[in-house]
Write a protein that binds this ligand. Structure first.
Ligand code: PEP
Ligand code: MG
Length: 575
């Protein structure tokens, strides 16, 4: 019997079920060691040391893997390794063992202090509690012989002697980004979670990895471990014990898909030759290899704030210049779109405080609003961008986030011109800007739609809240209306209009966006081959019909089904 959830990352995958088990049990409060305190301390510190080493080496592997979803995963793992190696923690553990406490309990109690401090801080730091618990549980599991919490690091052994290792179908109640960041396509064939929505971290990372995923699938964790499971990330069907015939059908579709996606070197275009540049979203120079590997035609969104996060002050101009130049040098003669610092809301920076306490920071001073207040920070960034561009052949375009009015667009274009930057644009993330797209477009050289924030602001649904997943679904017909309006406004003003939000990474939605009049698509690099293949199999007219069908629907699910009916090659390709 099949289970049903929401398909959030297309394609089909199958493999033995790997059920992510509950966390390691808390060591009993009164557990004492047998008397040799030095040996017990050594045992405890060795476990922490081993955990730190394993996390570091996983981070190394992740950074060396061009298929891995960006640098963020490796950064999270290194931060966890630092927690395990913290000298203050070791001192705390040793003191507890000296008092007679057994090593596992000493580790549990020593972590408790840090845990309370983080939980008390709330916000971004508060969310790191789960990472800390993971480190703690790994060390305790090593000491107690309890199976390690978390994830497979290798695929399952072959089903028969001489066969190939089999990637797992990973099933969990929910997955933290630190979990999913560890995984590669060699280890995971598909994700299934009982919780989560279309914009959950599982969904975003699965799409970035190009792995099928189904979320919101009730009852999935009751599937017995090791059962073969077939996951359809397009329809949302999860099928334990599939028949040989079903597996053969999936294998046929996968072969067709591979053949299509292998055309990685080709430029993005529809079947009838309408060009649609396919660009990569990057967070820093560390993402460039993956962008090139997957055939990006340039960079459509350089999220420069990753250079600034976690700093006490803005990075020096020379450091910025190096990071920008690296992206331009990777794409000689192509386009690189850098977004100026998008701080505020969920990405606060200590050195750019809002003027007053903000009860709703997503509606406060964020993006361009903050940069107008801190003009010197913008000026240093624009200067570094201009100097980087001066020595490279790539065309640098610079755009501002969180722009609401034509006046703001004009202000930003002027700031860019004053710095000698010839091509300035704005992101369309606020419904007011979409409604007046033509007048914003008249002030700048291009528009780029950020569908993640446009959904958040159009539906008044905080993108950080998993409970509002339905409202953030990029297939919402009202969001498609706003995209259409923006593309029409840009076209009327004779300006190009790209999309650089998560929506562009879905092969079906990518066709719909093109049908709505979008002129380029930018996405996490791993999604590029499938989007290129899907687009290359349909004409511009089919894309337009799919867009009309989606806009005529009432719900996101109906929009998706209606659009896909106009895009038949997607199913044939298993996309
Ligand atoms: C968006 O909002 O769609 C976008 C691309 O920007 P970010 O996700 O970085 O806010
Ligand atoms: Mg945004």
């Amino acid at each position: 019997m099949s289970l049903a959830g929401a398909g959030v990352s297309p394609g089909a995958g199958h493999g033995p079920a790997y059920i992510l088990t509950a966390s390691v049990p808390e060591p009993p409060e009164d557990s004492a060691h047998t008397g040799d305190a030095d040996a017990e301390k050594e045992r405890a510190l060795a476990a922490l040391h081993q955990v730190a080493g394993e996390l570091e080496s996983r981070a190394d592997r992740l950074e060396a893997d061009p298929d891995a979803p960006g640098r963020e995963g490796a950064d999270i793992l290194r931060a966890q390794a630092l927690m395990a190696a913290d000298p203050g923690l070791a001192v705390g553990v040793e003191a507890l063992v000296d008092e007679g406490v057994a090593a596992p309990r000493a580790i549990f109690s020593a972590f408790a202090k840090y845990r309370a401090a983080l939980a008390g801080a709330g916000g971004y730091l508060g969310e790191r509690v789960a990472d800390l618990d993971d480190v703690r549980d790994r060390a305790i599991a090593l000491l107690t012989g309890h199976p390690l919490p978390g994830l497979p690091s290798e695929p399952a052994p072959p089903a028969e002697p001489g066969g190939a290792p089999r990637p797992y179908v990973l099933i969990a109640r929910d997955l933290a980004p630190a979990d999913t960041a560890l995984l590669s396509r060699a280890v995971v064939a598909a994700f299934v979670t009982e919780k989560g929505g279309p914009t959950s971290h599982t969904a975003i990372l699965a799409r970035a990895m190009g792995v099928p995923a189904v979320v919101g699938c009730a009852g999935a964790t009751a599937i017995p471990p090791g059962t073969t499971v077939l996951v359809d990330g397009t329809s949302g069907e999860v099928r334990p014990d599939p028949t040989g015939e079903e597996l053969a059908r999936v294998a046929g579709a996968a072969r067709a898909r591979r053949a299509a996606v292998e055309r990685a070197g080709e430029a993005g275009r529809t079947r009838d030759g309408h060009p649609v540049p396919l660009l990569a979203n990057i967070g820093g120079p560390g993402d460039l290899d993956a962008a090139l590997h997957h055939g990006a035609e340039g960079v459509g969104l350089y999220r420069t704030e990753f250079l600034f996060l976690g700093r006490r002050q803005a990075p020096p101009a020379e450091e910025q210049e190096r990071a920008y130049r690296a992206a331009l040098a990777a794409f000689p003669g192509r386009t690189v779109v850098a977004r100026t610092l998008d701080a505020g809301a969920d990405k606060p920076l200590a050195f750019l405080p809002p003027p007053a306490e903000e009860p709703n920071p997503a509606l406060g001073e964020r993006g361009l609003r903050l940069l107008r207040r801190f003009g010197d920070v913008l000026d240093v960034q624009l200067g570094a961008l201009a100097r980087a561009a001066a020595s490279e052949t790539a065309e640098l375009q610079v755009m501002a986030p969180m722009v609401a009015t034509a006046e703001e667009a004009a202000w930003f274009a002027e700031a860019c011109r004053a710095r000698g930057l010839p091509r300035a644009g704005v992101m369309i993330e606020v419904p007011a800007a979409a409604l007046r797209a033509a007048s914003l477009a008249a002030e700048v050289d291009f528009l780029s739609i950020g569908t993640n924030d446009l959904a958040q602001y159009a539906f008044a649904a905080d993108r950080e809240l998993g409970t509002l997943g339905d409202l953030q679904d990029p297939w919402q017909p009202a969001l498609l209306d706003l995209v259409h309006l923006t593309a029409a406004g840009a076209s009327g003003a004779g300006r190009p209009c790209g999309v650089c939000g998560e929506a562009a990474a879905d092969p079906a939605l990518a066709c719909v966006l093109v049908g709505l009049g979008v002129t380029s698509l930018s996405m996490g690099a791993a999604a590029l081959p499938a989007v290129r293949a899907g687009l290359g199999e349909h004409t511009l007219d089919q894309c337009r019909r799919a867009a009309e069908a989606a806009r005529a629907a009432m719900t996101p699910a109906q929009a998706r089904t209606a659009a896909r009916a106009e895009l038949p090659a997607l199913t044939a390709l298993g996309l």
